[in-house]
Design a protein around this ligand. Structure first.
Ligand SMILES: [Zn+2]
Length: 314
């Protein structure tokens, strides 16, 4: 049995994973703007509560896996660079010391999107694929890539995961990362209020009545026939598609896995995005397959557990 903890921006999701199956899970509020250190006593208590509820002792567990946003050095078990306003004290934090003293278990650590793709490749939507990319539409836009059957990390652990920070408009919005016109600054959940506010007629549109305004509000207003929402949706589809084309050109995947809350509307969105991506991408060999991840939370848990099992292999 492995313990997994996914430090998301909104919730911290704790899981117990055995043989590619989630045996038990629990979620607690993240309060990520308040930092990581102040949440750890609650996390530790919640892990023990979950173990007790599942009837599993700490001695029956073989490892603990942590997923975090930002740039994660999976070898030295460090966060090299945190995301602005989310667990900013995670950079430089001694995770090995914490997991040793709290649980006395071997540790695996990974960026959250990378962990999700590892899970999808081992058990889910990208199973069997040697080359795959994943895009998670959460608060931000996370990405990851697998090439030749191996997760892409790069020399500084930032390869594959910065797809949300490939520009889709060089004249666009300033991003949290310091770049301009990143996919995330143009078309992520957090970017919606700023983008919507610039559309003519916004103040009298259905979008203005949504608080907070994000993906769900845009989809709802669009379904109601709101003109402002239609303009914004058309624009978002152009940016999401451009972002996916960038990933296809960079990593040559056979499968594109789409994940995150936005994919609740995949039945409507995916055909429009796929049509544009396939019209624009340069793939003389054929066309990449699009898959929707069944459950983004579970894929991170399975990915972390898979990393722990791999690390134990002789
Ligand atoms: Zn950026």
């Amino acid at each position: 049995m492995n313990i997994t903890i996914d430090f998301g921006g909104t919730n911290i999701k704790i899981g117990l994973v055995e043989a590619g199956m989630v045996a038990a899970k629990k979620s607690i509020p993240a309060h990520s703007a308040g930092g990581l250190g102040s949440r750890l006593p609650d996390v530790e208590r919640s892990v023990h509560e979950l173990l007790a509820k599942a009837g599993v002792s700490l001695q029956q567990c073989s490892g603990i896996g942590l997923a975090l946003p930002g740039i994660v050095d999976s070898k030295r078990k460090q966060v090299l660079s945190a995301i602005k306003d989310k667990y900013t004290d995670a950079a430089g934090f001694d995770f090995t010391h914490w997991t040793n003293s709290a649980f006395s278990l071997p540790l695996a650590m990974e960026n959250d999107a990378r962990a999700a793709l590892i899970g999808e490749a081992a058990y889910g939507a990208a199973r069997g694929a040697k080359d795959a990319v994943l895009v998670i539409f959460g608060t931000g836009i996370g990405t990851a890539a697998i090439m030749n059957g191996a997760i892409v990390r790069g020399s500084h652990y930032q390869a594959g995961i910065l797809g949300g920070h490939l520009a889709t408009d060089i004249y666009g919005e300033t991003c949290l990362c310091g770049n301009v016109g990143c996919l995330e600054a143009q078309a992520s959940h957090w970017a919606i209020p700023q983008r919507a506010g610039k559309i003519d007629g916004f103040s009298s549109s259905a979008l203005a009545r949504e608080n907070p305004l994000g993906y769900e509000g845009v989809i709802k207003a669009y379904a109601e026939g709101d003109e402002c929402a239609r303009q914004l949706m058309d624009d978002l589809i152009l940016h999401w598609s451009a972002g996916i084309v960038n990933l296809i050109h960079a990593y040559d995947p056979e499968v594109v896995v789409l994940s995150g809350g936005l994919m609740k509307s995949a039945a409507y969105l995916l055909p429009r995005v796929a049509e544009r991506v396939l019209a624009l991408a340069w793939t003389p060999w054929g066309t990449p397959r699009f898959e929707v991840a069944e459950d983004p939370e579970i894929s991170v848990m399975l990915g972390l557990s898979h990393l722990l099992c791999e690390a134990r292999r002789p």
